[in-house]
Design a binder for this molecule. Sequence first.
Ligand SMILES: *[C@@H]1O[C@H](CO)[C@@H](O)[C@H](O)[C@H]1NC(C)=O
Ligand SMILES: *[C@@H]1O[C@H](CO)[C@@H](O)[C@H](O)[C@H]1NC(C)=O
Ligand SMILES: *[C@@H]1O[C@H](CO)[C@@H](O)[C@H](O)[C@H]1NC(C)=O
Ligand SMILES: *[C@@H]1O[C@H](CO)[C@@H](O)[C@H](O)[C@H]1NC(C)=O
Length: 316
Amino acid sequence: MKYIFMILHILMGVNVKAASTSTTTKLSTTMVQPSSKDEGLILFFLRKVPSSTYKHWSIGATSTISPPEITSNSAPIAGKNKIPTCDQLLANNPEEDWLFASLCSWSNSNYNGTLSSLDFSTIFEENGNENELNLTSINVTLYDGKFNLLDSIILVYNGVKDNGNSNANEAWWGGSIRNSLLYYKDSNLIFNENFKKDEIFREWAGYYILINLLGINPIRENPSQINDLLWEMYLDKSSFTPITILSKKQTSFINSNRYFSIINFNKTNSNYVELWDPTAGGNLGFFTINIEDLKNDVKWLFHLDWPRYYAIPRKV
Ligand SMILES: *[C@@H]1O[C@H](CO)[C@@H](O)[C@H](O)[C@H]1NC(C)=O
Ligand SMILES: *[C@@H]1O[C@H](CO)[C@@H](O)[C@H](O)[C@H]1NC(C)=O
Ligand SMILES: *[C@@H]1O[C@H](CO)[C@@H](O)[C@H](O)[C@H]1NC(C)=O
Ligand SMILES: *[C@@H]1O[C@H](CO)[C@@H](O)[C@H](O)[C@H]1NC(C)=O
């Protein structure tokens, strides 16, 4: 038994470090994309070890990895299967963590909702000979801060490939939504042509962005004011409604003052919550943490005032 735990500990140390070590190496596909089998193993091992054993590790350190080089003027918008996923995203500007944590949670809870704001099927039909998996441009449609659907705007691959995508050769919906928001200049998010950065904004960013993306009323909650049962019930819904958190300024387990996506929690199976760190991005962003430890470290929880999120079809 002792040996098994030693092995678990070693494996866990290696895996968690791999997910949080800063490195300046260029990201190669083999480095960042462990097979789904490996990922399953990592989660399995993390769940088996009591939380106290990884108290000293700071999970979710900022990654300085550069995304892969872009070689073309076009690429699939959301991978070969046209399914927007968290691993296609990266907050290469860490102060934009609120945006990419929210995009990840959105696609994780219902990727059809995300797809409904990316109008590429029409573009494809209009230009009959264009390869749907090799787009040079895309139309993005989002909401303003008052729940009104805005006019769609055209985003060109070359203009959005550099920010927000873990590998723009394979998916660039993250970058296209980011730049649409910059273009729309909603005063909740933007000041002087850039995303706001001040402290008050950070405390509300996870709230405003849900309005701009979904056009649905969000709520911001303080976990210290809700009991453990309700906290568990909220996180339990993360696989079908978007949920993000902002960590406290002083934390014990996860990095402080940072946004994370809640990916999955199921009390029946485990006390561990799966999260995604936008600043590590791609497949490196996923990690798990004990649900009580997480509650301790969270300042605000953002979710919809709505028990279940259904994608609203926008185009007739
Ligand atoms: C998304 O839409 C496709 C096509 O309509 C459907 O087959 C799929 O089940 C939907 N997925 C989710 C998660 O709703
Ligand atoms: C993608 O489209 C570009 C032109 O827009 C073309 O040069 C390139 O060969 C295409 N690639 C694939 C894989 O279809
Ligand atoms: C894309 O957006 C442009 C500009 O708003 C609009 O003229 C065009 O009709 C849109 N195309 C699609 C396919 O939605
Ligand atoms: C949690 O897991 C159990 C057992 O695998 C499953 O029956 C249940 O539907 C899951 N709950 C949610 C909310 O996914």
